[in-house]
Write a protein that binds this ligand. Structure first.
Ligand code: ATR
Length: 325
């Protein structure tokens, strides 16, 4: 597995990670626990050490699941979790207060069964709380040894700069894929300037870019794609036409469309964290790290799917509420 550096010089991690959210929430019924654990184990065997979870996924369920998978192999994992989306008080709410940073970190350590978290992210920001206050509390967690590195998620460039001035950030986790390119204008250049790695979530466009979604694919109420505009009727047809173009190039190259989508993100010097619940999919995704695209191939991909080509917003109105703060 190809390795890469996060942030300004350390640490070293696999060129892509494993997103665990779908093992607990937001992508339909939970898969059997044994299947999820097998998927995490296979990722580690393949050299993928960057494992991504959050306190919010399944309200703690996902961290407990990851704990079961890694308890006997903790030293092989670069463990990433997040705080700030609370589900312990009924409906979801955002809490980026210093107190919640401390309490949520302790709860995550306990659920994960570990003595430190390798990368601790603020998942979403409440703009009423100065980012300097949140970062101060997060930096204290580093000082006490509970956390090794810090990150933010889905903030704007100004927040990123303010936060980085308090304590050097290692990563910004945000949505980035061939179908979601907004970050290219300001966020990605700011990350490069500051030496912060962009960790790309939904790198396969929530499965759209795998080529395995069609006009008949149905999503239940427990699947966020049932309310995501990209999957709405008219938009889905338009987006599938883009995926067909990617598939044609992938076929020519003898790879899968999902692999091409991931290889492109790696070529853009980001670290994708595709989510999957299947061994066969983590095997396919891991193989994407070995694809080295030529500058000509990168140009071809970007011509086939131009930056603003996707139809529909990337998030539902409800999910977009806390983005870019
Ligand atoms: P997110 O970051 O939100 O998890 P993503 O990584 O873009 O989004 O896409 C995740 C979706 O792609 C999941 O529905 C996952 O389903 P499985 O659990 O069935 O794998 C799907 N997915 C991931 N890798 C895939 C692959 N190689 N082929 C097909 N589908 C894949």
């Amino acid at each position: 597995m190809r390795r890469t550096t996060l942030g300004n010089g350390s640490p070293q991690v696999s060129a892509l990670g494993l997103g665990c959210m779908g093992m607990s929430a937001h992508y339909g019924p939970r898969p059997p626990q044994a299947q999820s654990i097998r998927t995490i184990h296979r990722a580690l065997e393949l050299g993928i050490d960057l494992i991504d979870t959050s306190a919010s996924y399944g309200a703690g369920h996902n961290e407990e699941l990851v704990a079961k998978a890694i308890h006997d192999r903790r030293d092989r994992v670069f463990l990433c979790t997040k705080f700030g989306i609370r589900r312990d008080l009924g409906p979801m709410r955002i809490d980026s207060s210093p107190n919640w940073a401390r309490q949520s970190c302790d709860e995550s350590l306990q659920r994960l069964g570990v003595d430190h978290i390798d990368l601790f992210y603020l998942h979403r920001r409440d703009p009423q709380i100065p980012i300097e206050d949140t970062m101060g509390a997060m930096a204290d967690l580093v000082a006490t040894g509970k956390v090794r590195h810090l990150g933010l998620s889905e903030v704007n460039a100004q927040t990123l700069r303010r936060a980085h001035a308090v304590y050097p950030l290692t990563a910004l986790q945000t949505e980035y894929s061939l179908l979601s390119r907004e970050v290219e204008t300001e966020i990605l250049p700011t990350c490069r300037e500051l030496g912060i790695t962009l960790v790309a979530y939904s790198p396969i466009g929530r499965a759209l870019l795998s080529g395995q979604i069609n006009t008949d694919t149905a999503f239940g109420d427990d699947d966020l794609r049932s309310s995501n505009p990209r999957f709405g009727d008219g938009n889905r047809v338009a987006n599938l036409a883009l995926v067909d173009r990617l598939r044609a190039l992938a076929d020519e190259m003898g790879v899968m469309p999902a692999q091409l989508a991931l290889a492109w993100l790696i070529a853009r010097e980001t670290v994708p964290i595709p989510g999957t619940t299947y061994v066969r999919h983590i095997e396919a995704n891991a193989a994407a790290a070995a694809i080295e695209l030529t500058s000509e191939q990168i140009r071809d991909i970007e011509e086939l799917i131009p930056a603003d080509a996707a139809a529909g917003e990337r998030l539902s109105a409800a999910a977009a509420r806390w983005i870019g703060k």
